[in-house]
Design a protein around this ligand. Sequence first.
Ligand code: RP5
Length: 162
Amino acid sequence: MIEVGIVMGSNSDWEVMQNAARVLKDFGVAFETRVVSAHRTPDLLFNYAETAAARGLKAIIAGAGGAAHLPGMLAAKTHLPVLGVPVPSKYLRGEDSLLSIVQMPKGIPVATFAIGEAGAANAALFAVAMLANTVPELAEKLIAFRKRQEETVLAMSLPEVE
Ligand code: RP5
């Protein structure tokens, strides 16, 4: 069963959002990817959000750029946790996306991550951590992932100064 939905406002967001898909794939979490635009396909957005929980989704990762209302509108139409990823924009380099997503008024939260690739990957890791609360096998995978990261950094060396 699909557990996480990865949605984005345009296929131009895929370069960033594929980082979320890669993480979920590596952890063996079933996910789907969809283009859903808040302002260009509002009916699709409502339908996606309204049916997500009944379809068994546990979380939605939503990436958008510019006036990035996709995560907020999804959150308005579903009780599922929505994880927002600000996609870098052409003129304001994603600061507009970040502020649009993070500044949700009180009552409808969107968990907001860093701009770009790191945010997409971290949103997926956060989804894994949420799912791991009830799936011990997933928790073990997450702990092993952290251990590998730790070992990579511990093995780092720096050049001698002549
Ligand atoms: C937003 O507008 C999308 O999330 C994308 O980041 C941005 C540009 O979309 P395109 O013009 O590339 O379709 O809705």
